[in-house]
Design a protein around this ligand. Structure first.
Ligand code: ATP
Length: 241
């Protein structure tokens, strides 16, 4: 469904954040991108979602296609309409607004009845978000805010959900809840997921394929079983050898 081929991304005309990235995400599949800080993972997600600034010197090369259609050069809102949505690192909610108002922001590409339907869908994915619908988003726990951020992305009923570090700074119990919901999305709603995670073990526990990114390049890829048995992956990403 999504094909990223030999992509390079340069910021401000000089900083080569991604040198050579190729990856594929199929329908309903969970794919993870692993790698150390600064490896270029977030930049790959930004490139796919169209949030680079060519007028400020950001350059993207290679090809990115969705069902064979070119995505490079499209505006972020067009990309959302084509079914690809990013939940950025740090959630970026509208903190003074209520949970429901935040969710409705994610539904602005839809008409009123489609947005109402999407809201019920989000509540079915995250019942905890339904309970907190009237609360000010900034007052929720970090984990609940992450659920709202994912819920806001789901309001556009995406085919491909991209998550940047969803577990960062959260308690294990709520991480488990979020990852279970993400797994259900792929299994029950056939949503594809492209997941960037620092917690490699957790990511590989739900993904069916993974890519290791180092210095802007894909240096290894494979099934979780293959990656978890690789000595380098064990040492550098899983914390044991
Ligand atoms: P992290 O987990 O720390 O976010 P990452 O693998 O997602 O790491 P990126 O955020 O994609 O890495 O960063 C890749 C490189 O690009 C880094 O060297 C970073 O400093 C640089 N970079 C990221 N964003 C920008 C930007 N907006 N302008 C200039 N350079 C940037």
């Amino acid at each position: 469904m999504l094909n990223v081929n030999n992509v390079q991304i340069v910021y401000d005309n000089v900083i080569e954040a991604v040198r050579d990235a190729s990856l594929t995400v199929d329908e309903g599949q969970i794919v993870t991108l692993l790698g150390s800080n600064g490896a270029g993972k977030s930049t790959i997600l930004k490139g796919i979602s169209g949030v680079l600034y060519p007028e400020e010197g950001d350059i993207i090369g290679g090809t990115i296609t969705l069902d064979g259609e070119n995505m490079i050069g499209r505006k972020p809102d067009e990309i959302v309409r084509s079914g690809v949505v990013l939940v950025p690192e740090g959630r970026q909610l509208f903190e003074p607004l209520t949970v429901e108002e935040n969710l409705m922001m994610g539904g602005i590409t839809r008409n009123r009845s489609a947005a109402a339907e999407a809201l019920e869908y989000v509540f079915s994915v995250f019942p905890r978000v339904k309970e907190k619908r009237g609360m000010i988003a900034g007052y929720l726990s970090g984990g609940e805010q992450q659920m709202v951020a994912i819920g806001r992305a789901l309001m556009s009923r995406p085919r491909l959900l991209m998550l940047d570090e969803p577990s960062l700074g959260l308690a294990p119990q709520i991480i488990a809840e979020i990852f279970e919901a993400v797994t259900d999305l792929s299994k029950q709603s056939n949503v594809s997921v492209l997941l960037v995670e620092q917690n490699a073990e957790l990511a590989l526990s739900i993904a069916s394929y993974g890519y290791i990114i180092e210095n802007g390049r894909v240096v290894m890829d494979g099934t979780p079983a293959k990656l978890m048995n690789n000595e380098d992956v064990k040492e550098f990403y899983l914390g044991f050898s």
